[in-house]
Design a protein. Structure first.
Length: 122
């Protein structure tokens, strides 16, 4: 087995370093879990910049571009966002008036949560 192969992958290590200049290279490693889901992280990114590419979103969230595509498709199917084609790029519009999905959080709107995170980053 090559160094950094399957055994390293099981331990959460990779034999490849993140690309220099990427968001992953600039940030310290995550503690293994976060309070917000990747779905929320994708929404926060698109709320901050609705015209950014999904590759850029993936770099910020720290997941693959394919995972971001899947999340965007799920959010689109749920009516949380709509994708509008502008030339060769997409622009994402969020419906911030929708309630959060879990019964414990349904009294809050998506916009309430996104507003806290995006506003706190400025």
């Amino acid at each position: 087995m090559k160094p950094g192969g399957r055994a390293a992958a099981k331990q959460g290590r990779s034999h490849r370093a993140p690309p220099s200049g990427s968001a992953a290279a600039a940030e310290p490693p995550a503690a293994g879990w976060t309070f917000l889901s990747n779905h929320t992280h994708v929404l926060v990114c698109l709320a901050a910049d609705p015209e950014q590419t999904l590759r850029d979103v993936a770099a910020q969230v720290g997941i693959t571009e394919r995972a971001v595509q899947r999340i965007v498709a799920e959010l689109e199917a749920a009516g949380v966002l709509t994708r509008e084609r502008e030339g060769r790029r997409n622009r994402y519009r969020l419906d911030l008036s929708l309630p959060l999905r879990h019964p414990l959080e349904q009294h809050c709107r998506i916009g309430d949560l996104i507003g806290l995170v995006v506003q706190g980053a400025r």
